[in-house]
Design a protein around this ligand. Structure first.
Ligand SMILES: [Ca+2]
Length: 273
């Protein structure tokens, strides 16, 4: 099964998963995260190309746009939500490993993992419209009205100028003072940045001003419990938000399904007697 890195599960992530497990467990153990942990409800399930190694996902003007990775299989796609049909596709050169995706007006921005440069494509016909350079690795992309946010696998998010795509500054993402690294696919949702944490079923809800994690979304069991098949699937990755319809979509690498979900707040603790 293709893996992006041969390295074992990162210690920081493993440790944090243990923290979350402790936070969720109905035991008297004191949770080490103060942030609320949301669960989820599946609103709808759609087909997704199980050959798509999803690295970026957005919703724009009635369609999904998706970027995929792996050498020789990286592509940019326009996808019909209802049946998962790929309406338009541009393949990247075989030596390129595609990564995150966001839009800039009528253009799409797409990262590469290790090439040190990203692509600009025209959204209408996926024709090339330029490239942009950055240091280090490229993982995820999203944007607000005035800033493009980029992840690189660390606990830092880079803030880019949307016009020049040059780095303006960085924020460090922390939960209760601890760095949260392996930040992967991103999505701007109602003033927060949602970030998949690589190799976990977790999405961090990040305050874009401070980098503080305001909450966690635990999507454990999503594909296993609600999908059509799990054979050959890889990790959760891919968040898209339809702001007009207030719909949140998630999928994963090589997943046969894409889901619309709603967040379920944590239950309030029982009152003391
Ligand atoms: Ca996204």
């Amino acid at each position: 099964m293709p893996q992006r890195r041969p390295s074992p599960r990162p210690l920081a992530v493993a440790a944090f998963s243990a923290v979350l497990a402790a936070a969720c467990a109905p035991s008297p153990a004191a949770p080490r995260t103060d942030a609320p942990v949301y669960s989820y409800k599946v609103v709808a399930r759609y087909p997704h190309d199980s050959l798509a190694f999803t690295q970026g996902l957005i919703w724009k003007d009635g369609h999904l746009y998706e970027s995929t990775g792996l050498n020789g299989r990286s592509s940019l796609r326009k996808v019909k939500l209802e049946n998962g049909q790929v309406l338009q596709r541009r393949d990247l050169p075989a030596e390129v490993f595609g990564e995150g995706l966001t839009d800039r007006g009528e253009q799409l921005l797409m990262l590469t993992w290790t090439n040190g440069s990203g692509y600009v494509f025209n959204r209408g016909d996926f024709s090339p419209a330029g490239t942009f350079a950055y240091a280090g690795e490229g993982w995820g992309l999203t944007r607000s009205a005035d800033t493009v946010y980029m992840s690189d696998g660390s606990a830092q998010l880079r803030l880019l100028d949307p016009a020049t795509l040059r780095e303006r500054s960085r924020i460090r993402v922390t939960d209760n003072g601890r760095a949260v690294d392996q930040l992967n696919e991103l999505e701007w949702v109602k003033g927060e940045i949602y970030a998949n944490v690589w190799q976990t079923d977790l999405i961090a809800r990040i305050d874009p001003k401070t980098g503080h994690v305001r909450g966690w979304i635990d999507l454990s069991g999503l594909l296993q419990g609600h999908g059509t098949s799990v054979r050959g699937s890889d990790v959760l990755n891919g968040i898209a938000y339809d702001a007009k319809g207030d719909r949140l979509f998630v999928t994963g690498k090589l997943w046969p399904n894409l889901f619309q979900i709603e967040l379920v707040p944590p239950a309030k603790p029982a009152p003391r007697r």
